[in-house]
Write a protein of this length. Sequence first.
Length: 244
Amino acid sequence: MEYRVRHGQRGGSSTAADEERGTDGSSSSIDDAGESGPHGRTGDFVSVAKHLESANTMFSFIWWIIGFYWVSAGGQVLTNDAPQLYWLCIVFLAFDVFFVVFCVALACIIGIAVCCCLPCIIAILYAVSDQEGASEDDIRQIPKYKFRRMEEPEKQSVTTTESSGGIMIECGTNQPIEKVLAAEDAECCICLSVYDDGAELRELPCGHHFHCACIDKWLHINATCPLCKLNVRKNSSSSGSEEV
């Protein structure tokens, strides 16, 4: 009796495990079929539709050429046999030819107009954009400095951690402001030239300095700092309003 009970329990557990495996396998196969079936079929339908569309376009174009040739070659016979059908075909072909010629001519006109008017369009957009050049008054308000190179005794007397390249001395004031420049800062970022002794510099409100000739030309075209893009005109107008 005990042997039969144990054997029955083992058989029941094995059949339950087999059933679970069968259900898992069937569910996984159903999931795989569900994942690959509709999406795969949709992709196949789309590719087939694209191929059929391309084939239809090519066939229509070739058939249009053949029909145009038949109507043009057999004009006398078609006029005698079916004049109404012949003239109807001629009208449709005339519309097709006119449409093709019109599209080609319009594309050529647009291309020529774009090529000829593109500089004018760019100039107009540049004129109305915010990147306008600064005026002479705005440029004159920017302080001017004169650069003086420091000699070796002066460099030793200056207590700085960096090597000094020269001094910027403000021009046109009774009490000029002097600013010491490091050796790596004593050059113009526009022309990439080192400041010579006696060179005239301008310092923008952002603190960046350049040659007077270089920055004046730059500001006439674009009223922003070449390095940090600070607008000189807005800054000058705000400073003027604060003074008032």
